[in-house]
Design a protein around this ligand. Structure first.
Ligand SMILES: NC(=O)c1ccc[n+]([C@@H]2O[C@H](COP(=O)([O-])OP(=O)(O)OC[C@H]3O[C@@H](n4cnc5c(N)ncnc54)[C@H](O)[C@@H]3O)[C@@H](O)[C@H]2O)c1
Length: 372
């Protein structure tokens, strides 16, 4: 019989795709998920897309007894359960720290007495803050931030201390963390808690830093996560996608099936421990391009992006992944290019109903001075 895997947060977007990937490879998959209403709607029902062979335990990762039950007979764990939303984390501070930091602490507390062969924790590109840049002489530059007065003047690019331009380059794992939201801080805490306890107790841990994951099943009515899902919910309601700054900020969009592949490899590749790996596509696109292409593929090309020239406090300009290490260590090879991924997303969107809560969320942030 195949090995038994627990996925916390496995009823969500990435977790459900990971469950499919693992089931197809012959594993037994159990999920512990509290079916949070922001993701799963007010009825908190088992999502229809969760494969019937997946054993769902409805429970909270902060509940020690629920975690103990879920870990019975389990060989390896993926820890995906988290609140996911950069902007929202800046005013629901306690909830984010509670779910993400304490949820991970509870899981680790129980794992001490129920050791597993491998623990894979979902980390995030958000911990980098700004990605890596090179100066004119090709030297790497870190720890730069855009200040408020620069942004108020509409000068969006990251500049060096003398005001000179820099070139954004793929960000490797050894770039220092620069935490600019409670969400990013909590992802860093999750990652570090797992690595630290794993090392102390001999539990092999792999932390995967996902970049911008997109694909089917991402919660469309959640206005805080997934830029493509947010654009989709606007377009399906015949609204133009709203874009901060000038839309030329670059991100790395990685298809959810590629993330699922990386997760499976993180359990299957032998002798991994204490490894931290970027999981992106290795390519980057300006946000504006993404909004335009999705609109075109949906047959709504007239809904051109609304370039607001507004900005979010703590937002970054460019960050995209250097995936060399994941290629070497995991044998990870992204399979889905952006164009294919967008076509598949559009086909799925054709049958979806999305409540566009983006403006409401924007007001929420603006009323707190978090967007300007
Ligand atoms: N989607 C991305 O682009 C992205 C990027 C980087 C990192 N990540 C990380 O990947 C993981 C999965 O993200 P996703 O996009 O699938 O999000 P998602 O919101 O679709 O899934 C998260 C799941 O966790 C569950 N959950 C939340 N709090 C819980 C708790 N206390 N106990 C049990 N279950 C709980 C939710 O009900 C949901 O099903 C998260 O840890 C997220 O931080 C996602």
């Amino acid at each position: 019989m195949g090995k038994r895997i627990l996925i916390t947060g496995g009823a969500g977007f990435i977790g459900s795709h990971l469950a499919d990937e693992l089931l197809a490879a012959g594993y037994h998959v159990r999920v512990l998920d509290n079916l949070s209403p922001q993701v799963h709607g007010p009825d908190c029902r088992r999502p229809a897309f969760l494969a019937p062979e997946t054993e769902l335990m409805v429970g909270d990762v902060r509940d020690r007894r629920a975690v103990e039950n879920a870990l019975q007979g389990i060989d390896s764990v993926y820890h995906l359960a988290a609140r996911v939303g950069v902007g929202q984390s800046m005013y629901q501070i306690r909830d984010y720290v509670d779910d993400n930091d304490l949820g991970t602490a509870t899981l680790l507390q129980v794992l001490i007495d129920h050791p597993v062969e491998r623990l894979v924790v979902a980390s995030s590109m958000s911990i980098y803050g700004e990605g890596l840049y090179l100066d004119r002489r090709g030297h790497p530059v870190e720890d730069l931030e855009r200040d408020l007065s620069q942004l108020q003047q509409g000068s969006w690019e990251v500049l060096d201390h003398a005001g000179r331009s820099l070139t954004p380059v793929p960000t490797p794992e050894n770039k220092r963390a620069a935490l600019s939201s409670i969400y990013a801080l909590s992802k860093f805490v999750q990652e570090r808690q797992c690595l630290l306890i794993g090392q102390a107790y001999g539990i092999p841990v792999v932390a995967l830093r996902f970049f911008n994951v997109y694909g089917t099943r991402q919660a469309l009515s959640n206005p805080y996560t997934g830029v493509l899902a947010i654009f989709a919910s606007r377009l399906l309601n015949d609204h133009r996608p709203m874009i901060f700054e000038d839309g030329l900020q670059r991100r790395d969009f990685v298809h959810v099936s590629d993330v699922a592949q990386a997760c499976r490899l993180a359990v299957e590749v032998p002798n991994l421990t204490g490894q931290v790996l970027n999981i992106g596509s290795g390519t980057s696109y300006p946000i504006r391009h993404i909004a335009l292409r999705l609109a075109e593929i949906l047959g709504k090309g007239e809904l051109t992006p609304d370039i607001t020239s507004r900005f979010r406090v703590g937002d970054i300009r460019h960050c995209f992944a250097d995936i060399l290490l994941a290629r070497e260590v995991l044998g990870y090879r992204p399979q889905v290019n952006l164009e294919e991924g967008l076509v598949e997303l559009a086909e799925w969107l054709a049958d979806q109903v999305a409540y566009d809560r983006v403006e409401q969320a924007s007001h929420e942030l603006a009323s707190r001075g978090l967007t300007l």
